[in-house]
Design a protein around this ligand. Structure first.
Ligand code: ADP
Length: 238
């Protein structure tokens, strides 16, 4: 699903710049909920930005679902991202003057995937799936943080992407709300989506299928998790 080959990123600057990723080679399977963890500055955001084609590698290759992302030009990248990738941010980034439903249907308009009544219907179904259908016609500012993040997840699902990437999606939420958002992302993976998340959460092992650990721009851990306790199983199947 995601294949990184000898991937390096150096941000330009004095003294040869800042090395952020150092020769990372990694294969990640499809259909998993994958958490990327590591200390601040270890390269997590850089890694996710390279996978999402938001930034470009200094060296190496990024393949996502068979697409050589590092080879796409800016306009091809915009088309590919819009069609195959859903992105969820820490601060939601919903458009404040559009209703929640309009925020969710916007990527459909942008990519021409669904239009008119069909787009509206699909948007409502997605809002139903993330549990906030009754908020559809409100502006984002009328929603709680957790509800806004659910709306952002529905928006990320708009074009039925291969992969959802989320950079600290729970970083701005209280613990209880964060747990609910993590469960929602986990449930998307159980329904066949690949979900890749950068997180500081200590307890991601409860929901993640795989934990990739970075340190100083290198992968120092890549561990498939098998949750064992009944409480954990319950959370996974909630
Ligand atoms: P993390 O997400 O784990 O906190 P980052 O990928 O943001 O790590 O950063 C990795 C390294 O790259 C850090 O040393 C950081 O200071 C540096 N870095 C990140 N973004 C930039 C940038 N746009 N310009 C220069 N250096 C950057």
């Amino acid at each position: 699903m995601i294949e990184l080959r000898s991937l390096s990123k150096v941000y330009p600057g004095p003294d040869g710049g800042t090395p952020a990723l150092d020769n990372v080679t990694l294969t990640l399977p499809a259909g998993e909920f994958i958490a990327i963890v590591g200390k601040s500055g270890s390269g997590k955001s850089t890694l996710i930005n390279l996978i999402a084609g938001i930034d470009r590698p200094t060296r190496g290759e990024v393949h996502v679902g068979g697409q050589a992302v590092h080879r796409l030009d800016e306009s091809q990248l915009a088309t590919w991202r819009g069609r195959h990738l859903g992105v969820v941010f820490q601060f939601f980034q919903l458009l404040p003057t559009l209703t929640v439903l309009e925020n969710v249907t916007l990527p459909m308009d942008f990519c021409g995937t669904f239009a008119g009544a069909e787009a509206r219907q699909r948007g409502l179904q997605l809002l139903e799936q993330v549990g906030i259908a009754e908020q559809a016609h409100k502006l984002p500012s009328a929603l709680s943080g957790g509800q806004q993040q659910r709306a952002a997840i529905a928006r990320a699902m708009a074009n039925d992407p291969l992969l959802i990437v989320a950079d600290e999606p729970t970083g701005n939420l209280d613990t209880h709300t964060a747990d609910a958002v993590l469960s929602l992302l986990a449930s998307l993976a159980r329904h066949g989506k690949s979900v890749l998340m950068v997180t500081h959460e200590r307890d991601i092992s409860a929901v993640a299928d795989r934990v990739v650990t970075l340190a100083d721009g290198r992968v120092v851990g890549n561990e498939a998790r098998r949750p064992a306790t009944p409480a954990v199983r319950e959370l996974r199947h909630a």
